[in-house]
Design a protein around this ligand. Structure first.
Ligand SMILES: *[C@@H]1O[C@H](CO)[C@@H](O)[C@H](O)[C@H]1NC(C)=O
Ligand SMILES: *[C@@H]1O[C@H](CO)[C@@H](O)[C@H](O)[C@H]1NC(C)=O
Ligand SMILES: *[C@@H]1O[C@H](CO)[C@@H](O)[C@H](O)[C@H]1NC(C)=O
Ligand SMILES: *[C@@H]1O[C@H](CO)[C@@H](O)[C@H](O)[C@H]1NC(C)=O
Length: 640
């Protein structure tokens, strides 16, 4: 959520969870205002990667483009072309707000956060400069969206809710040493990844306790009324403390084994039931999903809208934040494993601090960069080598993965997002759907309404035929539940066998040999996204319901191509890039997205960037837990 009070006036922005993130969204008329700034930015350092390879005529067009937000129609231009131009302008605007020195960083911090930066902010900024990090205050919005509600809990209460006595997995800092304390299994080995980063930074960190979620699934769902009140209260109480009142030293925490005076906080964990039912209680009362019950998974058919998605721009995602908002899209309850049957549920409606790698927009978990992005394991990171040059890549779409996403069963699998996604990119299945021969009980999707997306093929009934020539998308394992008898091939599954062909995995570096790499959620977020952006040099087509630490620093349509969570837009997108008879103009756009995604990931998704994010988050969280938090801050010597 943004800190300006103006943002609090409109109902949709009332809660932290529903606030801004506008770095990844379209901003309407603000563009005009930034015309000049953005134009200046064009001439600065980034010009080489955003605008190389262009004729001067195109360049003129780019400059005019800054007053053309997608709502201002330009004749004959494809909506995707507009969205791409818009994203470039928006990025220029953001980069014009980069802080190159500490005093600018402090000013921008105060403008946006309404407080003084936390103590030791200067050491943080030094490290950022030493590592050539791009510091734009907006890139850290996520931290404040996540933490703001916690300002309404007393520091003592927060400490009580966050220490090792209250959690199974905690990373603590005491006297500049990082301590890992886990009392339960961490089967995926996630804690050591996070611990290592905190260890690297510990010499600069205050005492703190960071309880961490090691499950795939996100955890906290505080009902709307409570969170809304907390966010309002926090916003009303925020202030920039006068210099004379500022204290620059953290108080520090007692030894790890000292239990809180009030005794451990007793959390009521919920381990079963409908995740959708818990989720919709976090939705604003007037939002479309609030009063929509979960589907009856054993009887209800899939409920997939076939016209343009709500809030889209002629069918394509224009506000990435909004497109992922389950409160705005009730049909998602029937179209994503998270809302059908997660592998595990362990959630609570209490506001407690819990750090983790991803969350739904409605969750109150606090985001860390996911452990998989800190790992060098080949499954997530590839071999670390880069994909081939664009011209060496195949003109197609490749994907391999397991049928995860939750616990799919004979009666429910057609509601699972990965099954839908694999089927929608399977030319044979699409062709069967076009001709009416795909059996209803094996169908996960619907094709777009006639006339939508101007698809070339549906006019002559061969979308599936065309698709078969460009996609190689398949499961590597069908993840049956219950598991088939041991005599059977464990990769197969009796109820999905007729509809899916299991194919051997393709290693990441071989996938980089294709121009288009779709990336979809598994049990929660997908751990491959960073490697895809950082290493592949291909266009990443991204669909997700989950928020991650990097959301405010990645620009849809500039660094990757966003997909709606129904995937209804995927044919329009693939045809735009792969089937246009335009002498390769659209293909050039694809090449540019691939290039910019990679160049940008090299600047803002590095390990150092993730460390800086965690460092800033830890400073903020340590301040929140400090009895003197209202006056704690960094202040430069001249003013103290
Ligand atoms: C995008 O959607 C979010 C969530 O509803 C909203 O807060 C934000 O203002 C939207 N951005 C723009 C530019 O409309
Ligand atoms: C849920 O998580 C809490 C805290 O992490 C733990 O104490 C509890 O045993 C878990 N419940 C289940 C059913 O796993
Ligand atoms: C369908 O349209 C595509 C694109 O115009 C064309 O290449 C293909 O030959 C057509 N197929 C049939 C069966 O008419
Ligand atoms: C594609 O769909 C057809 C028809 O439903 C099915 O037989 C085939 O196994 C599917 N292929 C893959 C790769 O899933």
């Amino acid at each position: 959520m943004h800190t300006s009070n103006a943002d609090l006036m409109t109902p949709v922005k009332l809660t932290g969870k529903y606030g801004g993130f506008s770095s990844a969204c379209l901003g309407g008329n603000r563009i005009l205002k930034y015309l000049i700034l953005a134009t200046i930015t064009l001439t600065c350092t980034f010009v080489y990667f955003i605008y190389d390879n262009h004729t001067s005529a195109e360049r003129v067009d780019k400059i005019h483009a800054f007053d053309a937000s997608p709502s201002v129609s330009q004749e004959h231009e494809h909506p995707i072309g507009k969205l791409i131009r818009y994203a470039q302008a928006e990025q220029g605007r953001l980069l014009s707000r980069q802080s190159h020195d500490l005093s600018t960083a402090v000013i921008r911090y105060q403008e946006r956060r309404g407080r003084r930066p936390p103590p030791d902010f200067n050491a943080w900024f030094d490290y950022a400069q030493k590592h050539d990090a791009i510091i734009v205050e907006e890139f850290f919005d996520r931290i404040y969206d996540d933490l703001n509600p916690f300002w309404t809990l007393e520091p003592r209460e927060l400490r009580r809710r966050s220490g090792p006595w209250a959690h199974e997995h905690v990373i603590s800092v005491r006297n500049r040493k990082a301590i890992l304390k886990t009392t339960h299994a961490d089967p995926m080995g996630r804690m050591p990844q996070w611990h290592r980063v905190v260890e690297e930074l510990a010499q600069w960190l205050p005492d703190v306790d960071l309880p961490v979620n090691v499950m795939d699934e996100s955890r906290l769902l505080v009902p709307w009324k409570e969170i809304n009140e907390r966010v309002r209260k926090e916003a009303a109480e925020r202030r920039v403390v006068p210099p004379s009142e500022v204290r620059t030293e953290f108080t520090g925490l007692p030894a790890l084994d000292a239990e809180p005076e009030d005794g451990p906080y007793d959390v009521r964990w919920i381990g079963e039931g409908s995740y959708w039912d818990l989720l919709r209680q976090t939705c604003p009362p007037d939002s479309p999903s609030r009063n929509i019950p979960p589907i009856d998974i054993y009887h209800d058919a899939i409920d997939m809208p076939i016209a343009y998605p709500r809030h889209s721009f002629s069918g394509y995602v224009q506000n990435w934040t909004l497109s992922k908002d389950s409160c705005q899209h009730p049909h998602l309850r029937s179209l994503h494993g998270t809302f059908i049957e997660p592998v595990s549920i362990n959630t609570t409606q209490s506001l407690i601090p819990l750090f983790g790698g991803c969350k739904l927009r409605q969750n109150n978990d606090i985001l860390f960069p996911p452990a998989m992005y800190l790992s060098t394991e080949e499954l997530y990171a590839g071999r670390g080598d880069r994909g081939p040059d664009w011209t060496q890549k195949k003109d197609g779409v490749v994907w391999r993965g397991v049928a995860s996403g939750g616990r799919n069963k004979a009666e429910t699998w057609t509601h699972f997002h990965r099954h839908r996604y694999v089927q929608m990119l399977n030319g044979t299945a699409v062709h069967e759907s076009e001709t009416g021969s795909l059996p209803a009980e094996g169908t996960t999707f619907k094709l777009p309404t006639q006339g939508h997306y101007s698809l070339v093929a549906p006019r002559n009934g061969s979308l599936g035929g065309w698709l078969s020539t460009v996609t190689d998308v398949a499961f590597t394992r069908l993840e049956c539940f219950p598991l088939p008898p041991t005599s059977a091939d464990e990769k197969l599954c009796p109820y999905t066998n007729p509809y899916f062909e299991v194919r051997p995995p393709i290693p990441m570096h071989a996938q980089y040999g294709f121009k288009y790499l779709p990336d979809v959620d598994g049990n929660s977020y997908s751990g491959r996204f960073r490697a895809f952006l950082h290493d592949s040099g291909s266009v990443v087509l991204k669909a997700t319901l989950y928020d991650e630490w990097h959301d405010s620093r990645l620009m849809p349509w500039l660094h990757f191509v966003p997909l709606d969570n129904t995937f209804i837009d995927v044919y329009g997108i693939l045809q735009f890039f792969l089937a246009a008879e335009d002498n390769g103009v659209h293909e050039k756009l694809a090449e540019r997205i691939a290039r910019e995604g990679r160049v940008w990931a090299d600047k803002v998704l590095r390990r150092a960037d993730m460390a800086l994010y965690m460092w800033r988050l830890i400073l903020e969280f340590a301040r929140l837990c400090d009895d003197r938090r209202d006056v704690l801050g960094w202040i430069d010597d001249l003013h103290s």
